[in-house]
Design a protein around this ligand. Sequence first.
Ligand code: NAP
Length: 420
Amino acid sequence: MIKVGIIGVGTVGASVVNILKENADVISARAGVDIVAKSGVVKNLNKDRSYLGIKISDNVDDILNDDEIDIVVELMGGVEEPFEVVKRALKSGKAVVTANKALLAYHRYELQEMAQDIAFEYEASVAGGIPIINALRDGLSANHIESIMGIMNGTCNYMMTKMTNEGVAYNDILKEAQELGYAESDPTFDVGGYDAAHKLLILASIAYGIDAKPEDILIEGIQNVSQDDISFAKEFGYVIKLLGIAKKDKNEVELRVHACLIKKQEMIAKIDGVMNGISVVGDKVGETLYYGPGAGGDATASAVVANIIDIARSGKSKPMLGFDKPMEGKLTLKATDDIESKYYIRINVSDKKGVLARITKIFEDNNISVETMLQRPSLANSANLLISTHIAYERDIQTMMKEIEKLEFVNFAPVMIRIV
Ligand SMILES: NC(=O)c1ccc[n+]([C@@H]2O[C@H](COP(=O)([O-])OP(=O)(O)OC[C@H]3O[C@@H](n4cnc5c(N)ncnc54)[C@H](OP(=O)(O)O)[C@@H]3O)[C@@H](O)[C@H]2O)c1
């Protein structure tokens, strides 16, 4: 029998306990051995957990020092505290399963180094219930990965879908997402793109062996997307989504998270609501698409339990981040300034003579060529200029945006959304 200790028995932890009990028949048959949740650790012992039917304490030592526990499941959240807990579990030779993307975004390489032959699995850390890590690490291991592009944050996707389909304003839909429990009371982590970035960094390690931290990559959220942008997108056959993008360009890899205009016929553009969807292009397989629930107790616990079964079957670790040794001609992270894209830009200007000529000149001076330009009336005596560009460098766009913001007839900081 394999015994599991769960550190953090909240939304996901409680679902892990339930699935191990409710699906014990299929789990035991698939693993070839019975698997039971022996005990759990929580912060607050005053909450009633009797319905779980396992021993609960508020001391991690009760699991870490228990010789009967084979697998430690970390579901407490955070970065440094779980890092200490997981290190101790590995030191005592216990296998580890986690769903904690923040922990992995910062410490995955140290954990891989420590784990060596001890199993360390983390399927639920990216896109909850979708087995994307398994697909990338095992199913597609014969391929050079050309790109990964996906909706990795269900909260943002829910908000963008509602803004697009029902015309709801950003602040109203954010409030609704909080009330429904999709967004945290401090929603920055989701709407600011950080949660998606953590997941992208994990995937980039498996696909490319890239060791980057959130601070190293371009991360923007959806806070500045307005109904003006959405109606421009509709008019030109696009939808707006928050995407995580990893793209190989020769021996460099660009990593970025930001709102994107995507052609509405693309498969990713059709993924609506809280669902996640990730497209992975391999040089041999072509495009593959993974779709499903990116969060929720049972969906996430489904991936956690799959990892537990996998460990119970073999007891041995695969290379945690998918590479047994560094690849020859190692790939490096592309500098943010060198990223190339098409861009959409919204500039709110006072309706005066000569405005267009001044703006066009700044575009030209920064080597940015305009593809389409629309002018829409805005508040009294002002107008929104909605501009899309041909391919340009990120560094040129950033310089141009600063120059435009300084113009006396520009009313607010201009908004830019990249076009995929
Ligand atoms: N929820 C999802 O849909 C989802 C999806 C994918 C990944 N994840 C990841 O899964 C992990 C757990 O998420 P969750 O939604 O289950 O969180 P949660 O509901 O907040 O549960 C966290 C649990 O950890 C316990 N805990 C927190 N700090 C602790 C400490 N210092 N010592 C002992 N126990 C502690 C809490 O105790 P109390 O109950 O006493 O407060 C609670 O039981 C996170 O890393 C999250 O990012 C979650």
